[in-house]
Design a protein around this ligand. Structure first.
Ligand code: SF4
Length: 400
């Protein structure tokens, strides 16, 4: 079998996750984690400065995750990916594996990939960085690990018990760990194919800006693809103008609904500013995509969001919220689930493209008590633009 066949087989198998093998992921405060699913898991926090990327790749933590994935253990760290895949849906794992397959098809670096996976001798091809939790938004599915605004607001509120996990112990940026991460990136810069900057809000984080500037000044940028998640509240020209120096640049806008419902869910995002910033990002030559977290508070309005994304010629991606479960689609009442199907059926094109999968997923979820979510909505309401059922009538009569 040649390298191309070997790698294709690997990336299409149910046992291989490219996040585990070729990605260096750093969480807020500077800890190494296996992938972006580490929130709420019990894998422990390992400071970047205490273990190198290569050592982490060979650590017991990663080995046991690899083993659990290979055995498709549905109770393990990889449970969210395994659950989605068991239902025939794409997961973060399968999406990422397929992205690398496309990359390798374009670049013909099959041998290098095999060598990297087998030896782990070089630095990662891919860095996924959640450098700190600076963020001005208070999105309902987020927590204080990823938003300083949530940290400030929620501490003053009397949250339902199951939402208290949203106030995690502070994970402020640790200067030593961030410095170490930046040094790791600099020392592996010749090997890097992609850097992903994720939340908090990367455009507010100076270390993110500084490392991109360093890559430009040191002539590495033209070999590196950049992907940045943003809430779209504020995109400065400084950030937009960097795109031209990199191999490619993708802005992923977090959008959960159109108009005022998005403002309520991802407060204080404004729809007019968000759409203006999408246009600016496109004008800078970047690829722009819309990514949606699906949960009980927006699931009825996905057809409108998808139609808007179609009109804008925006690629649309989604994933389901798992944590806290009290905001997930599990809490939808039988009446809300019925209304969901009736609503989606008014949008046959949406049903064909994504809606049928979403209905299948929602229908497969066990019932969960909606009361904690309704209390959470009531607790937030005085601090949001108005009652939630004004922007989501499917909650009329529920959140009283
Ligand atoms: S949770 Fe998913 S993306 Fe993360 S390591 Fe496991 S399979 Fe990979």
């Amino acid at each position: 079998m040649n390298s191309r066949e070997q790698v294709s087989q690997l990336l299409n198998s149910s046992k291989f996750c490219s996040y585990l093998e070729i990605t260096g992921t750093v969480y807020p405060g500077g800890t190494r984690v296996p992938c972006c699913k580490a929130s709420g898991s019990d894998i422990g926090s390992i400071p970047v400065s205490s273990i190198s990327y290569q050592q982490y790749q060979h650590s017991d933590v990663i080995d046991s995750i690899r083993n659990d994935l290979a055995q498709r253990n549905s109770q393990s760290y990889c449970r969210a990916c395994i659950a989605a895949e068991n239902q025939g849906l794409a997961s973060d794992r399968t999406n990422n594996n397929q992205n690398w397959l496309r990359y390798l098809d374009q670049t013909d670096q099959w041998n290098e990939f095999v060598q990297l996976v087998n030896t782990k001798q070089q630095g990662p091809w891919h860095w996924m960085l959640f450098l700190d939790n600076t963020c001005q938004a208070r999105c309902v599915m987020c927590d204080s690990s990823f938003s300083t605004a949530i940290e400030q607001e929620y501490k003053k509120l009397n949250l339902p018990a199951s939402f208290m996990t949203k106030i995690q112990p502070q994970k402020q940026a640790d200067a030593t760990e961030i410095q170490q991460t930046l040094e790791d990136i600099k020392s592996s810069a010749h090997n890097i194919k992609m850097i992903q900057l994720l939340g908090g809000e990367p455009t507010l984080q100076k270390p993110c800006y500084d490392i991109l500037q360093w890559l430009i000044e040191n002539k590495h940028s033209e070999n590196i693809a950049i992907k940045i998640n943003t809430n779209g509240i504020n995109l400065s020209q400084n950030w937009l103008s960097m795109a031209q120096y990199f191999k490619s640049w993708q802005w992923t806008f977090s959008i959960d609904a159109t108009g005022d419902l998005n403002t309520w869910i991802r407060y204080p995002t404004r729809w007019d500013t968000l759409t203006e910033n999408i246009n600016k990002a496109r004008a800078s030559g970047s690829t722009v995509i819309a990514k949606t977290t699906i949960h009980a508070m927006n699931v009825h309005f996905l057809p409108e969001l998808w139609s808007w994304a179609q009109q804008q010629n925006l690629y649309w991606m989604y994933h389901f919220v798992e944590d806290p479960q009290d905001i997930s689609v599990s809490v939808l009442t039988p009446a809300q689930r019925k209304q969901l199907i009736e609503k989606y059926n008014q949008y046959p094109e949406f049903v064909l493209s994504h809606g049928a999968d979403i209905i299948k997923f929602v229908s497969s979820m066990p019932d969960r008590d909606p009361e904690p979510l309704l209390n959470f909505i009531q607790t937030l309401t005085p601090h949001r633009p108005g009652p939630f059922d004004q922007v989501n009538p499917y909650f009329t009569g529920l959140n009283k």
